[in-house]
Design a protein around this ligand. Sequence first.
Ligand SMILES: [Zn+2]
Length: 457
Amino acid sequence: MPISLYNSLTRRTEPFAPLDPERVTMYLCGPTVYNYVHIGNARGPVVFDVLARLLRRHYPQVVYARNITDVDDKINAAAQEQGVPIGTITERFAQAYRDDMAGLGVAPPDIEPHATAHIGPIIKMIEDLLAGGHAYAAEGHVLFDVSSFPAYGELSGRDTDELIAGSRVEVAPYKRSPGDFVLWKPSTPDLPGWDSPWGIGRPGWHIECSAMSAAHLGDTIDIHAGGIDLLFPHHENEIAQSTCAHGGKVFARWWMHNGMLTFDGRKMSKSLGNVLLLHELLKLHPAEALRLRLLSGHYRQPLDWSEGAIAQAVSTLDGWYRVLRDLADIELPAGDLPVPAGVEAALCDDLNTPQALAELSVLADAARQSGTAAAKAALLGGGALLGLLQQDAEAWFKRDSGQAIDAAHIDALLEERRAARAARDFRRADAIRDELAAMNIAIEDGAQGTRWSVQKS
Ligand SMILES: [Zn+2]
């Protein structure tokens, strides 16, 4: 089944084919690690995790890089405020990021390059840009000369004159033109810095992605991904740097951008006080429900986040896991789980995850009605491609929603209730039901005995 992907550069959905038919290269701009990320930051990693899963099915090798920005003025500010070296901040929050992503079922990237580990390649790339007449040094800074790259603005559709005319901020005196951007900047002794031909300094933000992408994936990569908020200036600048440093070679063949998250229809921002940290949400809600919600809209559209939407996602998963729990005794066919054609076709169509989720609902209905091993395997296989239905159905219903659940104690109470009912001691049986209800445990008597689940509060 061929894959088609929308390319932000050509503004068209195009049949995807990697440069090397055996190997796909993909780069996603990762986090700047100075605090916990919010749920909006998780959309790209989740969406492109699904893309990586799809590509891995279609190609023998996928090399997926997601960087860690570990030198940045926000990191410096946090380190100074806490009186610690930047490494203390960046290591802590890089690990928090990995933990949060693992919580959401995002597979680790193949390569996780850190900016501070690539100062050499960054300096080399800046030297190449200077040698090629695409950059200039001024007052300890090195700047990219936007006028040296006529294609500047192609990705964002902005033209350079418009950028200059629209620039309201005061232009730094060392810039020849307001659109020029920093490749290297000087560091005072209280800031992290590295020795360079232009004095002790540190890289600007944009150059790290160009240098790390080239170091690990080559001069031309197949897919470059990121949030739509990075399209300008970050990605525009990456194209300018990489293309000019590599003698005009195409940098990224596909540019993919995910839309932003809104919260109850409003922008998520610190000033509005509606920033939802992923770290906190993972304590409050089942991770798969967060993941399902992030995949419930098409990745290029904005997605609204609300309590109601999370509850809806939990309820959808309840339905699917109920089917799987009913089929717990049905043994799966041997071998790999099949990937149902409907789910795969939806994802091959520019990663249409809402359609793929609709297909999953159809598969769940089919499994409930037929009760066959093949239908159960199809539901699980479709879920696996989306990174959903990854846990035991019984565990889903008995999940710990912030309270300590003693499953053995609950099972013992249920056994006592069964015995009380058998002995027609209904008063005792009802007292046990009440005791369980007080513990937030719902019970359900059925043909297969009594089941329990933790009630959602
Ligand atoms: Zn980047």
